[in-house]
Design a protein around this ligand. Structure first.
Ligand code: NDP
Length: 291
């Protein structure tokens, strides 16, 4: 059984990005600039934004954080977006979701310049993804595909079962796996909360990709012997036996599933580290498109 080391692969990709940025600097060229907008003071969102800032520093990008108060109006947020769209120095930006309830998320996402939409939330970029003409890919599906590619996991001709159909993970991941491309060419089944016989369908997968947001729901009886299992879930669950009082786990019950697999991603240290890295790859691409 092979454990897919996402932490190591993410580090390799970051080194490649950092090398590219250093070369640009040596040539006197500008470096990528990623901005992040956060509305309100949600703790988890702030942690994410801090990690974006650290990741940018680590690879040599410039970063800017736009911290707006929780009672920012939609009009004010749209003004900030207009500024980010027109500021020539900023290559790409993300808007931390969810937004406060008084702001219409669809209006906000639609206002982002698709060429700066490094989160790939804009309808134009989602349409391009479907057509196989994507400029950007949503970071988590991108990270999943890149992790499999760099780990030598072939998808061509395989039956991939994607568990979850969210707009940011399950659906785009399934589209990428079905794409006519070396990292696609799979036969794809999408499962969700209304799928009958879920266990039986999962047990037919050569590659089972799980993004359901249910801690350790996928037990050994969901998995065909010799399958590859990619666990995209991340949860912090209470555990009084640990010093911190919690532990991190995925959607897959790792200890019982791993012995049955040909390859598996651990949590933490699997898909998670690839997500931020792929946001950096999208920013590199945004920078290259604009130069
Ligand atoms: P969502 O809650 O948006 O979507 C979950 C999907 O799983 C839905 O399609 C839902 O079905 C389906 N589902 C939920 N429960 C069941 C069940 N019991 N049986 C079958 N299907 C079920 O989650 P996300 O897509 O945003 O995230 C999925 C997981 O990935 C989470 O654990 C999240 O923390 C993690 N994640 C990890 C990231 C990373 O960087 N590694 C980044 C983003 C997310 P239905 O549509 O019918 O409701």
């Amino acid at each position: 059984m092979k454990i897919i080391d996402g932490k190591k692969i993410a580090q390799e990709v970051k080194s490649e990005i950092s090398k590219k940025v250093q070369e640009w600097m040596k040539e006197g060229k500008s470096v990528p600039h990623l901005a992040a907008v956060i509305v309100g003071d949600d703790g988890a969102a702030k942690t994410y934004i801090d990690s974006i800032k650290r990741s940018c520093e680590a690879v040599g990008f410039n970063s800017s954080i736009y911290q707006l108060s929780a009672n920012t109006t939609e009009k004010e947020l749209l003004e900030t977006i207009n500024f980010l769209n027109t500021d020539d120095d900023i290559d790409g930006y993300i808007i931390q979701l969810p937004l406060p309830k008084h702001i219409n998320t669809e209006h906000v996402v639609a206002a982002v310049d698709p060429r700066k939409d490094v989160d790939c939330f804009h309808p134009v970029n989602n349409g391009k993804l479907l057509l196989g003409e994507a400029e950007f890919l949503p970071a988590t599906p991108y990270g999943t595909i890149e992790l499999m590619r760099r780990s030598g996991i072939q998808t061509e001709g395989k039956h991939c079962v994607v568990l979850g159909r969210s707009n940011i993970v399950g659906k785009p991941l399934a589209m990428l796996l079905a794409q006519k491309a070396p990292t696609g060419n799979a036969t794809v089944t999408i499962c969700h909360s209304r799928t009958p016989n879920l266990k039986e369908v999962c047990a037919t997968a050569d590659i089972l990709l799980v993004a359901i947001g249910q801690p350790e729901m996928i037990t050994a009886d969901y998995v065909k012997p010799g399958a590859t299992v990619i666990d995209i879930g991340i949860h912090r669950i209470p555990d009084s036996t640990t010093e911190k009082g919690y532990r991190i786990c995925g959607d897959v019950k790792y200890d019982e599933v791993a012995p049955k697999c040909e390859a598996i991603t651990p949590v933490p240290g699997g898909v998670g580290p690839m997500t931020m890295t792929c946001l950096m790859l999208n920013t590199i691409h945004a920078h290259e498109m604009r130069k």
